[in-house]
Design a protein around this ligand. Structure first.
Ligand code: GAL
Length: 948
């Protein structure tokens, strides 16, 4: 035990393993060792069962810890703390005779923590590098009959200092364990070099093979089965690999003893004129950062889940993945090759916890860690070097700077000159092939794109990418379009990777009323933790999309469509890397638009009001028009555009007259407050003007551009924005209008708003013309400006004509389109793991159903929020499942709202989307019908679906 403990403090790489090599598909026998193992706490625990692959804390052994940057133990490198859970794992198994017939290898694909491995009491060596493959030679140790495999695993070691990624600390054998037969005269390693020459369409293939036998290489689809290993072969014509057309050629590498099969893509990635190029054409990365996460199984993500994830990405126009912040399970890259996604494979390396200590003692610049750095980079590159989809090697994430990083950059370039080296932390981009940043704001990105930023000569030769941007935490990300416009404008900008794909919530069971409990940092009693900061993905932990995903799909669309209704034209910009549009179905013949080209055509309506002589018709100016392009094979929508004509304000003939006892049409007003308390059969409660929202995660963050200021949420709190007090000034009758004047302001300060409520009615509905005017010196911007009211019963669903199906804030909702929608209460409210403001839809006409009767709300583009809790409750509740059961309905109708930005990590709300105290006006018509609206008139036409 002493030596086990002592060795945990060694910064050296693991020992005893075989040299790193590619993860190959071979016909040699193999034996999976996944399944039920035995586990016990060391020393002295009792054996119980555990599932491998899996994490200990998710199977009852210890608890997960979520910490982002800070180490949850003293920063005392290379020493781990003594308080260090150690578990023994044991598997007894019968060796497969087919494996036993040859020399053999035991492969661990991922063991989180630091371990020592024994087979039949023979020590094979140690495991370091949690997300990296290790192989041990088991020849002569593996025996006939029952074998005993022991893995003693400690949670903490010297290597924990290199594995400080922003995710759960969860020890365990979390990836597969396999025994592999290694036949004599077989193939130890293969390195495929397959490039494409765009000038003549030719391909060059060289397959380096590590074998003692005579090797032949076959590429049946190119008519060759007799190529020699290590020699370059020129093929006059090949189909290149791109994410858009992931053309793979089967390559068979064989010796008399073994056949290895690879799927090879010919492609060339390089930099020219500070532009990222693939196969001779500029490449734009529309990417996401992907951690491996499953709400039940942590980083043990099965391949079916991974495939479904990648298909979901493709469906939403995502074309690139950064494997933040470690190599993914090996087979993931088979999927990206096959389905077509560009990949940045990142080394398993992050030392971020040294930053809060001024980077003192950072392993990146300390020679005693050099071998460990080289070892990690080597294992990353060697395992994944044969994948067409991998365009970049990333040295790691947030590991500061230092000679060890420089060394692994050099190593990677030497070993694989065909790919680009990435590391965001290289402040001068000296050792990398791309200039990379995270969360730079659009103003700076624009300067970088335009080369107007002061930069040295070297950096000016590099393309730029955002390895992280658009922090998708809670309600957001705001401001995606502004980045994309820059990516399209400046060739130097190669796009980037949104932070992040999937939320890391852990499943905590179900509540009595059937709600899923989703847990985050601090929920496991951690003393050092970062709360909900791990819940920041475009899709939830169970992979159901959050609303940001539809926005991403729209903003990332590889075809840009613009309808000019007055000219009856459609402009099509093909932003694919190299595809034409023939794979897309528009419902009408699409013109020929090669990649990179722009074509304007008359709008061709297939079945619509009278076609013109040439088949083109004028767009009726009063009907919305949608053009939609779908992928013929996959069926999903790739791009769309909509023209929504201007709609006049809702008209209402003010025929009712206010009575002395403050009744107007269907409404009754309270003389004490001047507010309506009844509308038809509905009691209205708490009608008031409001300037606050339940802070989003982004409102709680400090925008990087104003980092010295408090967060928006704190500014609102300091101004008591959530606590407006109202004084009735007067109630007067102006013709058919009941005019109520109020003044509302927060306690403590001498600023507020003067509000005029002008009510009219036609006897059935109630119109409100509201004016909000600030007075005094406002110390902060507003979250929103509108009215709140409460109904004393819960809503079941909301039906609306307007924008949907997802929510919209001024800088989000690019994925929302005009139409008719229905959503149940939860869907409308847009629930998030940590409750926050969400769910506003811009509506023209909505019906809020509260059981047979309901509230109809009409306006033009009016933000409408509906949910069964007050904002105070939302803001004060830490987890969705803790929200109380629905008994009432809180409704807000806004004149204006602030954008959401990405200040949870990155820039705040762009100036154009902020809400400075200013005069705001709202016209809205309220009505209490006893039934649902008739399904909204199909005032909705589309060129892909003929109108009736
Ligand atoms: C970045 C980091 C990510 C993640 C993100 C915030 O700095 O690289 O791992 O922590 O911030 O969610």
């Amino acid at each position: 035990m002493t030596s086990f403990r002592t060795e945990l403090a060694s910064p050296q790489p693991g020992r005893g393993s075989l040299p790193a090599r590619a993860h190959l598909r071979s016909d040699a026998p193999h034996q999976p060792l996944d399944g039920t193992w035995q586990v016990r706490r060391h020393p002295g625990g009792a054996w119980s069962e555990i599932r491998v692959p899996g994490h200990l804390p998710l199977q009852g052994h210890g608890a997960p810890i979520y910490a982002n940057v800070r180490f949850p133990f003293p920063v005392d490198p290379p020493f781990p703390p003594d308080d260090n859970p150690v578990h023994d794992h044991r598997l007894e198994f019968e060796a497969d005779p087919a494996v036993l017939a040859h020399p053999s290898v035991l492969r661990f694909e991922g063991v989180d923590g630091a371990a020592t491995v024994w087979l039949n009491d023979v020590e094979l060596g140690t495991l370091r590098g949690s997300r990296l493959t290790t192989e041990f030679d088991t020849t002569g140790v593996l025996r006939d009959g029952v074998n005993v495999l022991d893995v003693r695993l400690a949670q903490w070691s010297a290597h924990s200092y290199l594995e400080d990624q922003d995710m759960w600390w969860m020890p365990g054998i979390f990836r597969s364990v396999t025994l592999l037969a290694r036949p004599e005269g077989g193939i130890r390693d293969v390195f495929v070099h397959a490039s494409y020459d765009h000038r003549d369409g030719s391909g060059t293939l060289r397959v380096d093979v590590d074998s003692d036998a005579v090797v032949t290489v076959g590429v049946p689809a190119l008519g060759r089965d007799d190529l020699g290993a290590g020699e370059s072969h020129h093929f006059r014509s090949v189909d290149p690999w791109t994410a858009e057309n992931p053309m793979l050629y089967a390559v068979r590498v064989h010796t008399p003893a073994e056949v290895v099969t690879l799927r090879v893509g010919f492609r060339t990635v390089h930099v020219a004129d500070a532009t990222l190029m693939l196969n001779g054409r500029p490449l734009l990365l529309r990417g996401v950062n992907r951690h491996e996460h499953h709400p039940l199984h942590g980083r043990a993500v099965d391949l079916e889940t991974a495939r479904a994830e990648l298909l979901l990405m493709k469906k939403h126009n995502i074309n690139a993945v950064r494997t933040s912040h470690y190599p993914p399970q090996a087979s993931f890259l088979d999927l990206t090759d096959e389905l077509g996604l560009y990949v940045m494979v990142e080394n398993d390396l992050e030392t971020h916890g040294f930053e809060p200590n001024g980077w003192r003692g950072n392993p990146s610049d300390d020679p005693q860690w050099r071998d460990a750095y080289i070892d990690r980079m080597r294992r990353t590159v060697e395992r994944d070097k044969n994948h067409a989809s991998v365009l970049f090697w990333s040295l790691g994430n947030e590991a500061g700077t230092g000679a060890n990083l420089d060394a692994i950059a050099q190593w990677a370039k030497r070993r694989d000159p065909s790919r680009l080296v990435h590391y965001e932390g290289d402040r001068r981009s000296l050792h990398v092939d791309v200039y990379s940043r995270m969360y730079a704001d659009t103003a700076e990105v624009a300067r970088i794109g335009a080369f107007t930023e002061p930069e040295d000569e070297h950096r000016r030769t590099l393309p730029f990418l955002l390895c992280e941007y658009a922090h998708a935490m809670g309600n957001g990300p705001g401001g995606l379009s502004e980045y994309q416009e820059l990516f399209h404008r400046w060739p130097r900008l190669a796009g980037g990777f949104i932070w992040e794909w999937v939320e890391h919530a852990l499943h905590g069971g179900t509540t009595a009323d059937g709600r899923t409990i989703q847990l985050y940092g601090g929920d496991f009693g951690e003393r050092v933790h970062d709360g909900s900061f791990v819940i920041d993905g475009l899709v939830h932990a169970d992979r159901t999309p959050g609303p940001g995903l539809a926005d991403v799909a729209r903003v990332f669309a590889p075809v840009e469509l613009t309808i000019d209704a007055s000219a009856s034209t459609l402009t099509i910009v093909n932003r694919y890397h190299s595809l034409g549009l023939s794979h897309l179905d528009a419902g009408f013949p699409l013109p020929h638009v090669p990649a990179g080209a722009t074509v304007t055509v008359p709008l061709q309506l297939r079945s619509a009001p009278p076609p013109g002589a040439d088949g083109a018709v004028a767009v009726p100016p009063d009907l919305p028009l949608t053009v939609s392009l779908r992928d013929r094979d996959q069926g999903h929508e790739v791009a769309w555009a909509q023209y929504v004509p201007p709609r006049p304000p809702v008209s209402l003939r003010a025929t009712a007259v206010p009575s002395d006892d403050l009744r107007l049409g269907p409404a009754v007003f309270d003389p004490g407050t001047g507010m309506p308390v009844r509308l038809g059969d509905l009691d209205l409660h708490d009608v008031a003007v409001s300037l606050w929202r339940a802070p989003t995660e982004n409102d709680r963050g400090r925008g990087w551009e104003e980092h010295d200021l408090p967060s928006m949420a704190d500014r609102w709190a300091a101004a008591h924005l959530d606590d407006l007090r109202t004084r009735l000034i007067d109630v007067t009758v102006d013709g058919a209008a009941l005019v109520v004047r109020t003044r509302s302001g927060p306690p403590v300060i001498d600023a507020g708003v003067d509000v005029t409520w002008r009510w009219t009615s036609d006897g059935e509905a109630l119109a409100l013309d509201l004016t909000i005017e600030p007075y005094g010196q406002w110390p902060c911007e507003w979250a929103r400006a509108g009215i709140d009211l409460r109904l004393d019963r819960p809503t079941s669903q909301v039906t609306w004509t307007g924008w949907g199906p997802g929510p919209q804030y001024p800088d989000t909702g690019q994925g929302a389109r005009y139409g008719d929608f229905t959503a149940d209460r939860d869907t409308y409210a847009e629930r998030t793991v940590r409750p926050q403001e969400h769910g506003a839809r811009r509506i023209d006409d909505a019906f809020i159903d509260v059981g047979g009767i309901g509230l109809r709300v009409r306006g033009v583009d009016v933000p409408l929020t509906v949910r069964p809790w007050s904002r105070q409750t939302v803001a004060a509740t830490a987890h969705d499942h803790e929200l109380p059961a629905a008994t009432s309905t809180w409704i807000s109708v806004d004149a204006a709202a602030s954008g959401v930005g990405t200040a949870s990590c990155g820039p705040g709300v762009l100036p154009a989307y902020r809400l400075a105290p200013s005069v705001q006006r709202l016209r809205v018509v309220l009505q209490q019908p006893i039934r649902e609206l008739p399904a909204a008139t199909s005032s909705y036409q589309s060129v892909s679906e003929p109108s009736p």
